[in-house]
Design a protein around this ligand. Structure first.
Ligand code: G6P
Length: 618
């Protein structure tokens, strides 16, 4: 997705903005741009490439001025080129805008503005905002006193999801949000007698990661709110408005977890985050009890459970189905968030809230970011049909957390690599915990499981990294990788295939091993690479039959298993873990394999092409 950051204060804006943009590069990185005000004039530099490249080419962080805006683009409307990069500037050059989201009525607005003489330079939907700011009856650029009215007039004209920040040539920053994140970080915030908010410096960004190195005090804007940051006698004043007038906002202390945002000794965030699973799995298992119990009570009392998510979080949702069934003997439906709209008929439970003992239907939404548009849409739709909303998120300050009746944080710390790794295992660990607590509450004491020492289990898988890297070297030229598995392990196969696609750009497919003979076997020949997820459990024997089938067609076989077999050309070993918990660890060799294949194939594992970490558009 696009990322926005703005700065106004007493320091040089450009270096802070460039650093903030690199921290948010996980969201998208087709092109980059900055605008600052210097000597009362707007200066804009922008171009195609990632933050490092564009900065090196255009010397972005050498731009003058103590106020500025910056943007990384993830193209939706208009090709990737220098002109379509943000900021976009009004015809009179007095206001520059950066935008994240989609202005759905941009075609109508563009034609209205064109007939009134505005000249558009880019193909983007975003540029209409710059022209509207100039066109409005009380234009922001000319009339400082009516800024709030102008802003609200503007937002009433825009439809769709957006967050934007505009830099006016007098150094004022204005903006608004609707279904896209926008957070104001404040340096030395304080309140005046009338409740007015002041600060020494302000950061306005799509993600707290952009400014957490400078301040942990923040104001979270709600949908429909607009803000103005300008010079005042007591420093900078921060005013927030909605359509009813001025809104008094609280300053939030942003959680400590966000501070851990360096690569440390690792070459990439992705590998750092894979290694962090030594701690994150244990942390997720040991989330504070009372909130988990409340989730358990709600799930037990509900008439129907539907679980949703996107990408890796969807795979965690699929794990939830297996775990609820295996550990608690409770059924649930799983719907991928982007399909929720089309399957609502099946999941709509008419007036279920009147049932005797229950809380009606429950939607459990799983999301690392808590900002995925498809997930938020599913949640809003489910709520409108009477569902209670529970969620598992990594960001407790996210929109999903705020829109849920109850949320649990997976507590994995910031995940910067675009491909989910530690957040997936933390989601799954927390789902195990929930299911174990549910089983206990249901009197199924036979399902009490010793979680053992997750850190040790992860550690011994990581010890095999060198061997996994040489396996990656062996298969790096494969055009397809097939991952065969049975039962719950098929979900891990799906997640492993997703990692290979995202990180190494290799076609990878998860196959139910028993389905090989119903079609996929036709693809297998001497050039095929097959990964067999083959734990020593009830799937073992049948899996061996399938491994024989692919072996006899000449495939190169990688076994991921806790038991040796002469059928494997190589084995990625899983040390002895509690069988029920085994799938949680089984994904780690696949993450490592995908990471090392990415390196061997010259792909940047942290920022896969065409992908963004937080997909806040539909
Ligand atoms: C994007 C990311 C995936 C992620 C998915 C869901 O597609 O690239 O890694 O799994 O969004 O994100 P969420 O934040 O909702 O878990």
């Amino acid at each position: 997705m696009c990322s926005i950051i703005a700065y106004k204060g007493y320091r040089d804006a450009a270096p802070l903005i460039v650093r903030g943009l690199s921290m948010m590069e996980y969201r998208g990185y087709d092109s980059v741009g900055l605008a600052t005000v210097h000597n009362s004039r707007l200066v804009v530099r922008k171009g195609v490439g990632n933050v490092g490249h564009v900065n090196a080419r255009l010397n972005l962080d050498g731009m003058y001025g103590s106020v500025g805006i910056g943007h990384t683009r993830w193209a939706t409307h208009g090709v990737v080129n220098d002109i379509n990069a943000h900021p976009h500037v009004s015809c009179d050059g007095r206001v520059a805008v950066v935008h994240n989201g989609i202005v759905e009525n941009h075609v109508e607005l563009r034609s209205m503005l064109t007939t009134r003489g505005h000249i558009f330079r880019s193909e983007t939907d975003s540029e209409v905002i710059a022209h509207l700011l100039e066109y409005l009856p009380t234009p922001v650029v000319y009339d400082g006193n009516s800024i709030s009215k102008a802003l609200l007039d503007l937002t009433s004209m825009l439809s769709g999801s957006y967050s934007f920040v505009a830099l006016v040539h007098d150094g004022t920053l204005v903006g608004a949000r609707n279904h896209e994140p926008l957070i104001i970080g404040l340096g030395n915030p304080r309140k005046g007698r009338d409740g007015m908010l002041f600060a020494d410096e302000c950061f306005i960004a799509s993600d707290v990661l952009a400014f957490i190195g400078h301040t942990d005090k923040a104001v979270f804007l709600a949908d429909g709110e607009a803000f103005i940051v300008r010079e005042a006698q007591k420093g900078l004043s921060i005013e927030v408005y909605d359509r009813h007038g001025k809104v008094a906002k609280d300053v939030t202390q942003v959680a400590w977890e966000f501070a851990d945002i360096d690569k440390g000794r690792f070459a990439h965030y992705t590998i750092k985050e894979i290694h962090e699973q030594r701690d994150t799995i244990s942390r997720a298992f040991s989330i504070e009890g009372s909130r988990v119990h409340e989730v358990v009570r709600t799930l037990l009392a509900s008439r129907r459970i539907v679980v949703t998510g996107s990408g890796s979080s969807y795979h965690a949702a699929l794990m939830a189905k297996h775990l609820l069934s295996r550990i608690c003997m409770v059924g649930c439906d799983v719907v991928v968030a982007s399909e929720f709209l089309y399957s609502m008929d099946t999941h709509y439970v008419d007036d279920d809230s009147n049932c005797d003992h229950g809380v009606g239907p429950v939607l459990l939404a799983v999301s690392q970011s808590g900002e995925t548009a498809d997930v938020l849409d599913a949640v809003r739709m489910a709520r409108s049909k009477g569902f209670r909303i529970l969620s598992l998120v990594n960001s407790p300050l996210s929109t999903l957390a705020r829109e849920s009746d109850l949320f649990l944080s997976i507590n994995a710390g910031p995940e910067i690599g675009v491909a989910a790794t530690k957040s997936f295992t933390a989601q799954v660990a927390l789902l195990y915990r929930i299911c174990m607590e549910m089983a206990k509450a249901m009197g199924r004491s036979t399902m009490e499981i010793d979680i053992g020492n997750p850190s040790m289990h992860v550690g011994s898988i990581l010890e095999g990294e060198e061997h996994i890297a040489s396996t990656a070297e062996r298969i790096k030229d494969a055009s397809s990788v097939y991952i065969i598995a049975k039962g719950i392990h098929h979900v891990i196969a799906l997640e492993g295939a997703l990692k290979l696609k995202e990180l190494a750009y290799v076609h990878a497919e998860a196959i139910h091993a028993g389905e090989l003979k119903h079609g996929p076997l036709a693809l297998i020949d001497g050039k095929s690479v097959v990964i067999a997820l083959n734990p020593m459990d009830q799937t073992y024997r049948d899996m061996l039959t399938s491994v024989h089938e692919v072996k006899s067609r000449g495939a190169y076989i990688i076994g991921i298993s806790d038991a040796e077999s002469s059928l494997y050309d190589t084995i990625l070993a899983i040390p002895g873990v509690e069988p029920l918990l085994y799938p949680l660890y089984e994904v780690i060799p696949l993450q490592l394999l995908a990471y090392h294949m990415a390196l061997k194939r010259d792909c940047n594992p942290d920022y896969p092409r065409n992908l963004a970490k937080s997909v806040t558009v539909k």
